[in-house]
Design a protein around this ligand. Structure first.
Ligand code: NDP
Ligand code: 8X3
Length: 252
């Protein structure tokens, strides 16, 4: 029987590219996201390569997460890898200009959603034991501060620390945990962050040779298929053209 991967946010970007990467290797796919038409299209595209189960899921809804997990068909219940990918940034403005609702949406999705899914799938991962993986999508924003990062970066710092702490508790179970922390990658991420401003998204990536969704999917697949005795704790990846700047100083 093939290995099974459960991916959140499979309708776009890293999640969709990861679905394609695992399908190419013949893994069974449990794909979730809020946009049903995209899930359907992906299922139609990948079904020739691998078994594909799709389920509409908003990760913020703990009851819905439990139901999707309970309703997994028998063939998808022996879980090898969870890719906790669903997430978003909103409001690139300074903190003092951001609506509280946007902060709540990021916390509800990137933190609450991620723990909802992890909690619901931990029993299946523990049943698999050795070789199973939880792969969480963090970000460079969880490690390095920048203007406009406010709650987004803080939510990804949670992902990093939660991943490390899970490692401690799962020691001895065989279940691995990795925080994959990409830098600038061209997906629908900036379109979401700017609420649909395609020109702003294009400007950000133009000439920067950003990471692609496929670049990150390859890293996700790499982590999931390492020998069972290897755990990558955190994998931070930037485009060659991206780096840090000096501290900012406010002078009179
Ligand atoms: P995209 O916007 O292309 O994809 C985001 C995915 O998350 C979509 O499939 C979306 O699906 C899903 N999603 C968003 N909210 C929810 C929700 N409430 N419930 C379920 N699914 C949801 O962005 P990326 O592929 O770039 O982002 C994927 C992850 O990687 C995110 O966690 C992001 O923070 C992180 N990341 C992105 C970087 C980048 O530069 N692109 C860099 C570092 C990290 P749908 O709308 O159908 O629900
Ligand atoms: C997304 C990458 O650099 O916009 O997590 O924070 S960045």
């Amino acid at each position: 029987m093939s290995n099974t991967v459960f991916i959140t946010g499979a309708t776009s970007g890293f999640g969709r590219a990861a679905a394609r990467r695992f399908a190419a290797a013949g893994w069974s796919l449990a794909l979730t996201g809020r946009r049903f038409e995209r899930l359907q299209a992906l299922q139609a595209e990948l079904s020739a390569l691998a078994p594909v189960h799709i389920a509409v899921l908003d990760v913020r809804d703990a009851d819905a997460v439990k139901k999707v997990v309970a309703d997994l068909p028998a063939a998808f219940r022996t879980l090898h890898t969870l890719v906790n990918n669903a997430g978003l940034a909103l409001a690139p403005q300074p903190a003092q200009a951001v609506a509280l609702e946007d902060w709540h949406t990021m916390i509800d999705t990137n933190i609450t959603g991620l723990v909802n899914v992890t909690h619901a799938l931990l029993p299946a991962l523990l049943a698999t034991g050795r070789g199973a993986s939880i792969i969480n999508l963090g970000s460079v924003a969880g490690q390095w501060p920048y203007p406009g990062g406010h709650v987004y970066g803080a939510s990804k710092a949670f992902v990093k620390q939660f991943s490390y702490n899970l490692r401690c508790d799962l020691l001895g179970t065989g279940v691995r945990v990795t925080d994959i922390a990409p830098g600038m990658a061209e997906t629908e991420f900036t379109l979401v962050r700017t609420r649909g401003d395609q020109a702003a998204s294009d400007r950000l990536y133009q000439g920067a040779e950003p990471l692609s969704a496929e670049d990150i999917a390859e890293q996700i697949f790499y982590v999931a298929t390492l020998p069972e005795h290897i755990n990558i704790n955190r994998l931070e990846i930037m485009p060659t053209r991206q780096a840090w700047q000096a501290f900012a100083v406010n002078r009179d």
